[in-house]
Design a protein around this ligand. Structure first.
Ligand code: ATP
Ligand code: MG
Ligand code: MG
Ligand code: MG
Length: 458
């Protein structure tokens, strides 16, 4: 049995007898005829069914309400309607599953807030099924980009002891039964993973480095977790990250890779998801197709952090967070730079060491590190990366200076002790990428089940 997408793609289907199974989107009833718009999730388009009342029983007709599922056999004919090429002249219509009148998706439009409350059903709407298909396409794009570039995909652990980012945003993992939480006597909660400390990973990077220093070029693409208590439209407690890690690569090679990667995946979606992208272009973010096409054809602006601070300071805008050299850029600053100053993606390099993680390579000035963040309009930071500190002594000193325990990083230091190489990599938040591509403004709406401070039900 073909899906609606397959049927609509094949011109030779015209005149043939087919059977499809799908859900009712709308039904319109005239004296002799019934018009039913069917959707099976394979694409945005509905297949219009026209049934003579003689082929459909009273009972079935009555039950074919919005959301009901059915099997329809019929002849595929040319459609007189402008918006579609084909329609199905029904020979038989059978009900699969009825859909009672308390079905929450009866209206044509529902607010995203409302739909978040019914995450188990919202994928049945046009917007959320399109997001799901784009998410799928981007997954394919990520793998094909890196596989074409001869990277190896590695699976890095979810449970780990090291806080790669040093931001203290780790969820602790415990083997203790829930009941013991009420009787905390004598229990060392900081070492309760079989007597050791363990957390959910905030990044696969450090493990990926061990592979990069063996296989050359690798990438991980998996879930990461951060105990973010911020209620923003771009932070989740559980999100997916794409993290390439490349040996024999410096900060410039890293920036080139990030830029090539972004352009590749944008192009992939524009080529392979035309129908869904038209939908986002029309209903979610006007003109997004053109904007993304322009990004693909552009060269990303590259500036230093110091220059970015100067740009912000010379602006007449009054920012909520005051600007001075040394601050971490807030999203308002990132948006301003991309939207008002440079009108496109911007890569910012050489951040102050104090606002970046311990593993980034120190510049000769002793004040900045070879970090690079890619910022995009509408979102701000989409990629964070760096050249890694590859000098054993410098890294050891940095670990000590930050009050970290060198013993915890003995294996990480080994990578610098034995055949150290310049290497670099970056992390791209997959959900931010989906936001960027679709124009969806809230990150909770581009992941199947958003995990945030208030939402962990199902
Ligand atoms: P931000 O400044 O937005 O909090 P970050 O600098 O803390 O991000 P990194 O540690 O650099 O994030 O992580 C790499 C990438 O992962 C980011 O560029 C972003 O795309 C994504 N990311 C980080 N935190 C989150 C989160 N809580 N939810 C979704 N994506 C995230
Ligand atoms: Mg953060
Ligand atoms: Mg940041
Ligand atoms: Mg970052």
């Amino acid at each position: 049995k073909d899906t609606i997408k397959q049927i609509l793609k094949k011109t030779e289907s015209l005149g043939s007898k087919i059977t499809i199974q799908a859900w009712v989107r709308t039904k319109r009833d005239t004296k002799d005829l019934v018009f039913i718009a069917l959707n099976d999730g394979s694409c945005m388009s509905n297949l219009q069914v026209i049934a003579d009342k003689s082929v459909i029983s009273e009972d079935v007709l009555h039950s074919l309400t919005t959301g009901a599922s059915c099997t329809v056999s019929g002849l595929l004919v040319e459609s007189p309607a402008k918006e579609q090429a084909l329609e199905l002249q029904a020979l038989s219509v059978e009900l699969l599953g009825e859909c009672p009148s308390d079905y929450p998706l009866q209206k044509k439009r529902h607010s995203f807030e409302f739909l978040r409350e019914i995450g188990h059903l919202r994928t049945r709407t046009n917007t959320f099924s399109a997001v799901a298909r784009i998410r799928n396409a981007l997954t394919m794009a990520v793998h094909s980009f890196f596989q074409e570039q001869e990277f190896f995909n590695v699976h890095t652990p979810i449970i780990t002891a090291s806080d790669a980012e040093g931001a203290g945003e780790m969820f602790q993992v415990t083997t203790l039964p829930f009941e013991t939480f009420n009787s905390s006597e004598g229990i060392d909660y900081s070492r309760d993973f079989f007597g050791k400390k363990a957390s959910l990973t905030v990044s696969g990077q450090l493990s990926a480095e061990t592979y990069a220093t063996a296989l050359g070029r690798v990438y991980t693409f998996g879930p990461t977790f951060r105990a973010e208590n911020s209620n923003t439209s771009r932070h989740l407690a559980e999100f997916w990250m794409i993290e390439p890690e490349m040996s024999f690569c410096d900060i410039n090679g890293n920036m080139d890779m990030a830029e090539d990667f972004l352009k590749y995946v944008l192009n992939y979606v524009l080529e392979n998801c035309k129908e869904d992208m038209e939908f986002f272009n029309k209903f979610i973010q006007k003109g997004i197709i053109n904007d993304l096409q322009e990004v693909i054809n552009s060269s990303f602006i590259r500036i230093s952090y110091t220059k970015a601070i100067e740009d912000l300071q010379s602006s007449s805008v009054k920012f909520e967070y005051p600007v001075s050299w040394g601050i971490d850029l807030a999203s308002e600053h990132e948006k301003y730079l991309t939207e008002e100053v440079y009108h496109g993606p911007v890569i910012i390099t050489d951040y102050p060491k104090d606002i970046k993680a311990f593993y980034m390579k120190m510049n000769d000035d002793g004040k900045t590190v070879r970090a690079m963040d890619v910022l995009v309009p509408r979102l701000g930071e989409i990629i964070g990366g760096s050249e890694r500190e590859n000098r054993y002594d410098v890294l050891l000193q940095r670990i000590k200076d930050l009050g970290l325990e060198p013993e915890d990083y003995w294996w990480y230091l080994d990578l610098r002790k034995y055949g150290s190489v310049p290497h670099a990599g970056f992390g791209l938040g997959f959900e931010r990428l989906i936001q960027y591509v679709t124009g969806m403004t809230n990150i909770r709406d581009v992941i199947p089940y958003a995990r945030s401070a208030r939402n962990c039900d199902f």
